[in-house]
Every structure is written in C-alpha cells, then in structure tokens.
Design a protein around this ligand. Structure first.
Ligand SMILES: Cc1ncc(COP(=O)(O)O)c(C=O)c1O
Length: 370
C-alpha cells in the first residue's frame, strides 16, 4: 500500500532524508562551472545519490557520463540515459560480465581495473557479446586499495589492455581517497600526488602510451584537481549533497550540506540526553574520517549536541551542554557523517524548498550490491 506523501516537511513521518534542493543545485552548478573553467571532464560518481533523476540533472549540467561501482548500479543508471558509463570497480565473474555487456549494448561502457585476469575476462565477455569496452588502468596513488603501482606494473597493465581484443585502452584512473583534509598535510599530499602523476604520465609516454583520459577526483580534493597536471577528468560523488566529513575535511561549509536526516525526539527520560528515532539503520555507523571523536552527525538545531552513540533504531544525543530544551515529539535535523551510506539505507529521499516537499525520489540503486 502506498502512503500519501506529506507536502510539508513538518508533516513528514520520520526518519526522513531531506535534500535541500537550493543547496544541491548550487553544489551541482559549482562543480559544473569548475569543470568547464579548467577543462576537466566531470563524470560524477552516482554512488552518493543512487537516483537516476539526479544523474540526469548532472548530465544536463554538462557531465560527460556517469560513474558507478556496481553492475547493478549501472543497470539502474541506464534510466538517466547516460552517453557513457564508467564502472570504477574491477568486474570479476562471468555472470556480472554478461550483465555488463547488456548494459554495453545500451551505452558506451568503460571499466577501470588493475589485473590481467580482470582484463582477460572482460575481453572475452566483450568478444562474446560483440561489443567494444573502454578500459582505464587503475593506479594506486597512496590509498593502498585497488590499483597497480605506478612504474613497470602500470606499463605492463597498459600493454596487456592494449593487446587484448574488444578492449580499448582509454587511459588511467586513480582515487586519492587517502587525502582526507585540505590542511597543511593535505596540501603536501596533493603536491606529492601532482609529482607522482607527472612521473607516471612521463613513463607512459616514453613507452608509447598516450592516455586519452586521466581520471581522478574525490570530493575532498575536488577543487584542487586543476593543480594535478595531466588530469583531465574528475569523478566526485559526495559533492552533490556534501556531508559532515566534507565539512571536516575543509572542502565545504555547513551551508553547502544539502542532505540532513529529520528525526523525532522519542525520549528525554534521562537528564541531559535525548533519544531520537534514528540509529545505525538510519545513519550508518560511519565515524568521522578525520579526528578521533566518536560521533555520528551534526544536530542542526543544536551544534554543541553530541550524537555520540547509536543502537539500530535509537540515536543517543548528549544535550547536557546545549542551551535548548528538547521535548518528546520535537523534531531535529542531523547532517550525517557519510551521506552515501546513509542514502543507501533509505527507500526514498525528499527534495525540499523551505517547508515544502517538492520532490520524492525513490533511491532506485540502493542495495544494488551485485
Ligand atoms: C573509485 C571512486 N571514484 C570516485 C569516488 C567519489 O569520491 P567522493 O565521494 O569523495 O567524491 C569514489 C568514492 O568512494 C570512488 O571509490
């Protein structure tokens, strides 16, 4: 049974993930103009919003294509009619590859990968389905997650991709996820990254490989991307909404946080504490990526409140030092630490302007883990 959706925020049932559309639109416009000013292709990562209608808006603002992590997300994002889709994750296993080849019949598909095994499987699947697939060689620039080391391992991977049939070597991809803040240490890391990319591109060129695409980007380093010579594509995801981590990284301010979770105070029985109707199943258990504080979001109505503990459905907020009396039934908005995982927990998000609910988007790619 579908429930009628309230047209006012004050009437929405909680927990509800709210998107301030004015803020979101400003975030989208800012990155679109940064990309065009610096001649950077923008291929936003849709893992943050997981909503084809929002992906469509990104494309209408000039994004060249979309990025996803999972084949299931790629299938959903076809609804946004992207001219190209990058799966920024090695796709391993025949059944996933077969599904991806069906996607490749609908739009141009590129995969970033870091092994001969993944490249050979992809080449075989592309051959069976008679499609050509673009490939980016994934390089590790310090996160230590996926990606070959720059140098001989990268050259070997590029050569292998080059020689495999049905694959088109498009260039390289990296994800500077180890850079979590724009403080002095973050700036030093960005300078080192610029050097590393310069050396990597020089090595590739000496070996006869001219990458058409050098794809990087993350939200914390987003507006520093033009300082990385040779990078011509960025794949930010979080920027559309931003979150507490983005603020803590120094990459945006609170007024640029478009997403918040509306919750209701359900208990004030313990003095100095309120319990809200959202816990780890509403916010996720992600802690801040910088600092050592254990806390799960920022209470918009009381910035000194500490959302320091969660059970699945209960959020424990310490309001001992807050100059505000909360009562049962009050509603507060909390900006989550990590919005991407929070969105994945919600069936839908509500686009709001002031107190008006003007959009309700199902989170179509939530839970698409395969
Ligand atoms: C490979 C890759 N590219 C791009 C992104 C987007 O990063 P952010 O959400 O910081 O913008 C991510 C995020 O996890 C990623 O894993």
């Amino acid at each position: 049974m579908t429930r009628p959706v309230a047209s006012r925020v004050r009437d929405l049932d909680t927990p509800a993930l709210l998107i301030d559309l004015d803020r979101m639109e400003r975030n989208l416009a800012k990155v679109a103009s940064y990309g065009s000013e610096h001649h950077l292709r923008v291929r936003p990562h849709t893992k943050t919003h997981k909503i084809p209608a929002l992906a469509r808006r990104q494309l209408e603002l000039g994004s060249v294509g979309l990025t996803v992590a999972k084949v299931g997300e790629a299938e959903v994002m076809l609804d946004a009619r992207p001219p190209e889709l990058l799966v920024a994750f090695p796709v391993i296993g025949r059944s996933k590859l077969d599904r991806l080849m069906h996607v490749a019949r609908e739009t141009a598909v590129t995969v970033s990968l870091d092994s001969l095994f993944a490249a050979e499987q992809l080449s075989a699947a592309a051959g069976d389905h008679q499609v050509e697939v673009g490939v980016l060689a994934e390089v590790d620039v310090g996160l230590g997650r996926v990606g070959v080391a720059p140098g001989p391992a990268l050259l070997q991977l590029a050569e292998a991709i080059h020689r495999l049939p049905h694959l088109r070597w498009d260039g390289v991809a990296f994800y500077p996820g180890q850079i979590k803040s724009l403080d002095d240490e973050g700036q030093r890391q960005i300078a080192r990254l610029a050097e590393l990319i310069g050396e990597m591109l020089a090595d590739l060129r000496r070996a006869g490989f001219e990458p058409r695409i050098v794809s990087g980007g993350s939200t914390p380093t987003l507006f520093e991307s033009h300082r990385l010579p040779g990078v011509n594509e960025i794949r930010p995801g979080t920027y559309i909404f931003n979150d507490r981590n983005t603020v803590l990284s120094g990459a945006c301010n609170w007024h640029e946080c478009a997403a918040s979770i509306l919750v209701t105070v359900v208990s004030t029985a313990k003095p100095g504490q309120i319990i809200v109707d959202g816990g780890s199943k509403t916010f996720s258990s992600d802690r801040p990526v910088t600092g050592s504080e254990v806390s799960f979001g920022r209470v918009v109505e009381a910035e000194n409140a500490v959302f320091g503990k969660m059970n699945e459905e209960h959020g424990f907020v310490d309001v001992g030092t807050v100059n505000h009396d909360f009562g049962v039934g009050d509603r507060v908005r909390i900006i989550p630490n990590h919005v991407c995982v929070a969105v994945n927990l919600h069936e839908c998000v509500y686009g709001i302007r002031g107190d008006d609910v003007v959009e309700v988007w199902p989170v179509a790619a939530r839970g698409k883990l395969q």
